[in-house]
Structure formats: structure tokens, C-alpha cells
Design a protein around this ligand. Structure first.
Ligand code: GLU
Length: 430
């Protein structure tokens, strides 16, 4: 059978292709001459599978799409407090290159506008790195997100740095507020090199998939940044990633995203997929025209809006049945899937509404693939209360999904590998 997704992607690309509106970025001469015919889209799944259609292996410069990734590097290299002291997390609602700083502190409002991103560049790597070492840290970090060694486009760098008056003005403002402590020109130079890293739509989809996969690159298996950093980055992408179009984007597309002026656009849907598109003509906000249309289609065709979440909790309790009879009867609550707060609540409700009359009760986790922290505590509390009301509680957990299965405070569970083990009549010899 032919894979379905590339056919779908080709069809949607065909639908948006005739749209020739917008212009490539004009303020960087090397980008102004970009070939506007390019059009591609790639989906990277969390097992590393990439589906694509169109120009997904053409290299172009990453530009502002580097911002969320370098923010992630700075957060993991310097810690949240040091980064938040210098760059806020509030949407500015202004254009990407607006010279907008908080009036009292001089902090840039967020890391997705240039003022924030220039500051963030200065926070990547250890404090005592020299400028070349910092650029190397950024290049290595972006490469780890992509899963291959990336390089820079010297021509685009040279072209942008020659016309970087506005970014220099922003950097000097930041320096005057002591948000930047080093030489303003040197930081803009490093930031401009960061923006000139070459990527393909395939790379960008994999980078986005690394964010969607809680910071672990699906191909290399490397944990590039910690999970807490990824949550921070995706949240900021959601509220600030699309500049002054962030509100429209958040309501209509609803995928944490970032665009770049070379025509790239990424979206990272947590737990599901990394998406990237490439088409160089930009709208007035600096976002790729056909890229935005593609994302609108993807979101509505496939229900990818982050606020549209399937009711996974409803399926958590797969069955409630009894194995065996008489005094050895075992009540089995068979659970399945990934269990979070709402899923654990289903189990609590079942135990409360239908209190087991059997002495032996098993929570069967054989078909469970993840339990988050609140669900773990709730399930152990069920076990504790069942123990206190006279039950022998078993946890059927062949894959050790439940971390530290100790209900504490009078509770007791026996961990076994199968329901059969729990059902063995007490005192029987195997
Ligand atoms: N290097 C570009 C700049 O700083 C990036 C802007 C963008 O991609 O939105 O102006």
C-alpha cells in the first residue's frame, strides 16, 4: 500500500500553489532574490518517520525559527531565573523588529521578537564563552535538534550584517539598559550568524518533532534539552511565535509555531508531530503566505488544534471483572492507555461507586503505557484506602510503569507480573 500522508500533502500543496501573493523578505538583499517557486511540507512523527511532499530537501536559512531553539539552549545552559531576569514572556503584539522594551526594566517583552532573541543569543552557553564559542554552542545545539550537523550560509550572513542597522539599534538600547553586558556589535554578529544557519523543511520538521517529543530527538534519541524547558518554549511559541498575528494564529491554527523571513514555518504539536513548510513569499507580518495557508488546512483537515484533545480519559477503565470465585475471587480493574488526572478520576469513581466485595483487588496496568505524577499519586491513594478497608491490593505491572509503588501511610500493594499471579489462591504452592 502507498503511504497515505504524502498523497494528502501533495494534494494540499497543489491547492495553495497558485497563490502568488506576498514578497520575499526585501530588507536582506540575499533573501530578496530567493526563488519563489519553492513549496514544500514535511511531517516528522515522534518515531522518526518523515512524510513530505514538494521541496523538502532544499536548503534555506533558518532566520527567526532559530529563536525558540536558542531560547531552549539558553534556558538549559543558564537556568530559568537568569534568562527570565533578562527576557520576559509577554506577547508584544508588535512587529518582529519593533524596538519594544519594558519601560521600567528595559527587558525585551519576549524571546520571539528580535530584541528578546538578540539577548537570548548572548545567554546561550556558559557565561565565559568567547563570541566564536557561543556561535559554535548555538550551531551544535541547533544541529542536535535537527539530528544532523548543520552549517551556515556565509553569503546570507554577510548580506544581513551589512544591513543590520535596526538590530544594531536594538542591541545598543539593550546595552544601555545593561540587559546586554557584552559588546552590542559582537552580539548582533553572533545572532546574525545564528539566523544564517542552513536547514531544509525536513530538518525543521525534525527540530519541531524534538519539541513535540518533550525534547528528545526522535532519530538520535538524544535528550537535547530538559522537558521543563520544552514546556516553557512551546508556551512562548504559542503566545508570541507569530508576531503580531499570534492571536489569529492561536485561534485559527492553534499549534505552537514559529516563522522565519526566509520562508520557513514550523509547528510543534505536543505528543503528536513536528510540521514544517517552506515557501519564500511573505505576508505583511513577515510570515510565509502559502505556509500559513498550509497550516490552516492541516489544522482543520486533521483536527490538530491543541485545544481539541480527544477524551482519552473515557477509555482508561477497560474493564471491571472478577477472576475466580469464592474466597479467592479477584476483582480486576483493567486500565489502559496513558493515564493523567482525568483518567485516574475514572478509576477513583469506579472504586467509590462500585466498592469491591471481594477481598482481593488488582489494578491491572498491563495495557498502560504512561502514568503521570498526579495519576500515580491518585492510583496509590486508591490502593491505600482499599488496604485500610481490609482488601489485599495487587498491582499487575509487568513493565514497571508505576514508579515507586508504595502507597505509604498504612497502604500496601503487592506488585505482580500477571493477573494469574494475583489470582493464585492464597497459600497455594506454584
Ligand atoms: N535575521 C532576521 C532579523 O533579525 C530574522 C527575522 C525573522 O526571521 O523574522 O531581522
Amino acid at each position: 500500500m502507498r503511504p497515505i500522508i504524502p498523497d494528502y500533502l501533495a494534494e494540499v500543496l497543489g491547492d495553495v500553489e497558485p497563490d502568488a501573493s506576498g514578497e520575499p523578505a526585501g530588507y536582506i538583499p540575499e533573501l530578496a532574490t530567493a526563488d519563489t517557486k519553492y513549496l514544500g511540507a514535511a511531517f516528522a512523527m515522534l518515531d522518526g518517520e518523515v512524510y513530505g511532499s514538494g521541496d523538502i530537501d532544499i536548503e534555506f536559512t533558518i532566520q527567526s525559527i532559530s529563536k525558540p531553539f536558542v531560547y531552549a539552549l539558553a534556558l538549559s545552559d543558564r537556568g530559568f531565573d537568569s534568562v527570565l531576569a533578562k527576557v520576559g514572556v509577554e506577547p508584544s503584539g508588535e512587529a518582529f523588529n519593533e524596538i519594544s522594551l519594558e519601560s521600567d526594566t528595559g527587558r525585551p517583552l519576549n524571546p520571539m521578537i528580535n530584541a528578546g532573541a538578540i539577548t537570548v543569543h548572548s545567554l546561550a552557553g556558559a557565561e565565559d564563552l568567547d563570541p566564536a564559542g557561543r556561535v559554535e554552542r548555538v550551531l551544535r545545539g541547533l544541529s542536535a535538534f535537527a539530528g544532523r550537523r548543520l552549517k551556515m550560509d556565509e553569503a546570507v550572513y554577510a548580506s544581513e550584517i551589512e544591513h543590520a542597522h535596526r538590530n544594531l539599534a536594538i542591541a545598543h538600547m539593550l546595552r544601555s539598559h545593561d540587559i546586554l553586558t557584552g559588546d552590542a556589535r559582537t552580539v548582533v554578529d553572533g545572532y546574525t550568524r545564528q539566523c544564517s544557519v542552513l536547514v531544509t523543511a525536513r530538518d525543521l520538521a525534525m527540530m519541531a518533532a524534538t519539541l513535540a517529543n518533550r525534547g528528545m530527538n526522535p532519530l538520535s534519541g538524544e535528550q537535547v534539552v530538559p522537558e521543563a524547558v520544552v514546556r516553557q518554549v512551546l508556551s512562548v511559541m504559542f503566545s508570541c511565535g507569530m508576531y503580531d498575528a499570534a492571536g489569529d494564529w492561536g485561534t485559527q491554527v492553534g499549534i505552537p509555531a514559529k516563522s522565519g523571513v526566509a520562508g520557513g514555518l514550523i509547528g510543534a504539536l505536543p505528543g503528536q508531530v513536528g510540521i514544517a513548510t517552506f515557501s519564500p513569499r511573505l505576508d505583511v507580518h513577515g510570515n510565509s503566505v502559502r505556509g500559513v495557508s498550509l497550516f490552516e488546512r492541516f489544522s482543520s483537515d486533521m483536527g490538530l488544534h491543541v485545544m481539541e484533545v480527544p477524551p482519552a480519559a473515557l477509555a482508561v477503565l477497560r474493564s471491571n471483572h472478577v477472576v475466580g470465585s469464592g474466597p479467592n475471587a479477584l476483582r480486576v480493574l483493567e486500565l489502559q492507555g496513558g493515564i493523567g488526572f482525568a483518567g485516574a478520576e475514572r478509576v477513583v469513581k469506579e472504586a467509590v461507586d462500585n466498592p469491591p466485595s471481594e477481598v482481593k483487588v488488582a489494578l491491572d496496568l498491563t495495557r498502560v503505557y504512561s502514568i503521570d505524577d498526579v495519576a500515580r499519586r491518585m492510583l496509590l491513594e486508591i490502593a491505600r484506602r482499599l488496604t485500610l478497608s481490609g482488601h489485599d491490593v495487587y498491582l499487575v505491572d509487568p513493565e514497571s510503569i508505576m514508579k515507586d509503588p508504595d502507597p505509604g501511610d498504612g497502604g500496601r500493594v503487592t506488585v505482580v507480573d500477571s493477573v494469574d499471579q494475583a489470582a493464585i489462591p492464597m497459600g497455594a504452592v506454584q
